[in-house]
Write a protein that binds this ligand. Structure first.
Ligand code: ADP
Length: 292
């Protein structure tokens, strides 16, 4: 069975920041969501798996390949879309894809062309293939990024914060593209957006402060909270008092009114109503516990 095994990975940066602390995860085929706030350690973990950075201790093994011992072998099967995806503004999408295909070791020109053309169509950039990348919109750049990550038919695909900065329609397109990726692939989606995970992923982990806080399917993570959530509409100045008195895991405006979500065994008092839990609630609760 093809899988990615992350074993007891730790990484401390020279400035003392403990970006990863004894992280272990086993990730099988399909779409895996790595959810966490900015600074949780997701990018550090993704860069280590992608062979761009070394860990201080621990190991990463993908389908029998020890990533630290044989980075070249890993790179051959890897598709990576980093958080900051720089493009060369003065060349066209087709030219850059042909070049990357060459770097990925697709030796025959006819084969390179065939794959590049198929991918340009798949990500809906065929009409724009001869335009300079510098003229692309954010959504187009993101789709280009996916195309380059899919070159060479990778078996391990890593996408880091893919939907940050996309408008809802672009995000939707991007979701559709990702969900078309073959079932015979391990895909890791690193994100701080709960919807990315609930829409796409069959398994997930929540990271915080360099650690794995919780792991499971989105449904299992949600069940964590069953029958413990209560909401109430309050006036804005009351928020501070409520935050002191109750375990407030989220507060947001709904139709112009402030609603607080409270975590409690039983109904915490007058005016509170039971709330069906969502993945977002579970995520906020786990973050709140991690901070408290
Ligand atoms: P995420 O991707 O979840 O936002 P990162 O892996 O980027 O998390 O960052 C984890 C922690 O490590 C943060 O506190 C961040 O500031 C720190 N960090 C990341 N890269 C470096 C670096 N090159 N040098 C020092 N600290 C870093």
């Amino acid at each position: 069975m093809m899988k990615l095994e992350i074993n007891n990975l730790s990484k401390t940066y020279p400035n003392g920041v403990k970006a990863l602390q004894d992280v272990s995860l086993t990730i099988g085929k399909g779409m895996f969501g790595l959810l966490g706030e900015n600074g949780a350690g997701k990018s550090t973990l993704m860069r280590i798996v992608a062979t761009l950075q070394d860990a201080d201790s621990g190991s990463v093994v993908f389908d029998g390949i020890d990533v630290a011992k044989d980075p070249q072998a890993l790179r051959k099967v890897l598709g990576y879309l980093p958080q900051e995806f720089g493009v060369y503004p003065a060349i066209t999408a087709e030219e850059l894809l042909m070049h990357i295909a060459d770097l990925k070791g697709i030796a025959k020109t006819s084969q390179r062309k065939e794959q590049v053309h198929a991918l340009l169509k798949k990500v809906n950039l065929w009409e724009d293939r001869a335009k300079k990348l510098g003229s692309y919109s954010g959504g187009m750049k993101q789709r280009f990024g996916i195309a380059q990550a899919l070159l060479g038919e990778p078996r391990l695909i890593i996408v880091d914060e893919p939907t940050a900065g996309l408008d809802p329609r672009e995000r939707n397109r991007f979701y559709n593209l990702l969900s078309e990726i073959g079932e015979n692939t391990v895909v890791i989606l690193s994100t701080h957006i709960v919807e990315d995970v609930s829409t796409l992923c069959s398994d997930m982990a929540i990271m915080g402060n360099g650690r794995v806080l919780l792991e499971g399917s989105p449904a299992e993570v949600e069940r964590n909270l069953k029958d413990r959530l209560w909401i109430k509409e309050i006036a804005k100045p009351e928020l501070e008092r409520y935050s002191k008195e109750f375990k407030v895991i989220a507060s947001h405006f709904h139709l112009g009114k402030l609603q607080v979500t409270v975590d409690a065994e039983a109904c915490p008092g007058d005016g509170f109503e039971a709330k069906a839990s969502s993945l977002e609630d579970a995520y906020f609760q786990i973050l709140a516990r991690n901070e408290g």
